[in-house]
Design a protein around this ligand. Sequence first.
Ligand code: GUN
Length: 294
Amino acid sequence: MQIIDGKKTAQDIKKEIAAEVAAMVEAGQRPPHLAAILVGNDGGSETYVANKVKACEDCGFESSTLRFDDTITEDQLIAEIQRLNEDPNVDGFIVQLPLPKHINEERVIEAIDYHKDVDGFQPINVGRLSIGLPCFKSATPSGIIELLDRYGIETKGKHAVVIGRSNIVGKPIAMLLMQKAQPGDCTVTVCHSSTKNLKEICLQADIVIAALGRPEFVKEDMIKPGAVVIDVGTTRVPDASRPSGYRLCGDVDYANVAEKCSFITPVPGGVGPMTICSLMKNTLLARKGEVFNF
Ligand code: GUN
């Protein structure tokens, strides 16, 4: 069994990006600029945005965080998005989710200019992804594809089982894995909370993508020997022995599953660091204007 080291891969990729940005700046060009909108005081969102700002520093990007109180109205937030859409010095931006309950997330995401939608959440990018057109691909799925690629994992003709149907992970990773590409060319089954015979379906999988958000849900009796297991779960579970008071727990029962598979991603240090890395890659692409240049 080989552990897929997302932390190391993400560091390598950030170094590659930083070298390209240093060359851009050397040539007299402006570095990429990522902006993040953060609404309210959600602890998880604060950490995610802080990690994104740190990754920008590592890559030599400019970054800005626009913070708003959770009393901001939907219209005020959309006005802020329109300002960023029109700001020539911002190449890409994200609206950190979740948003407070009184704000309609779909309406907010639709307001983002898809040329600057480095999260790949805007419906134009999602639609383009689904029919294989150039687009910003959402960060976690493209991080998974990058790991499969860099670890030389053969995917053509393999049966990939995705557990979870979220817009951010389950649906887009299913789209990417089924596309005629390497990595890709898989036969994909998407399972969810209403799926019958989940265990039997998982047992047929050459590649399992666990993205349902239930700690240690995937047990060793659901995994075919030699399968590739990608764990997207990052649930915070209380842990009094940690200074933070919690630990991150994946969707896979790692200790038992690891013994059965050929490759596995740990939590933390697997898919998580790759997500931010993909956001950096998208921001660099946005700066270079290379995604929609047809
Ligand atoms: N909330 C959880 N993950 C993400 C992400 O990748 N992007 C944004 N904008 N919000 C999130």
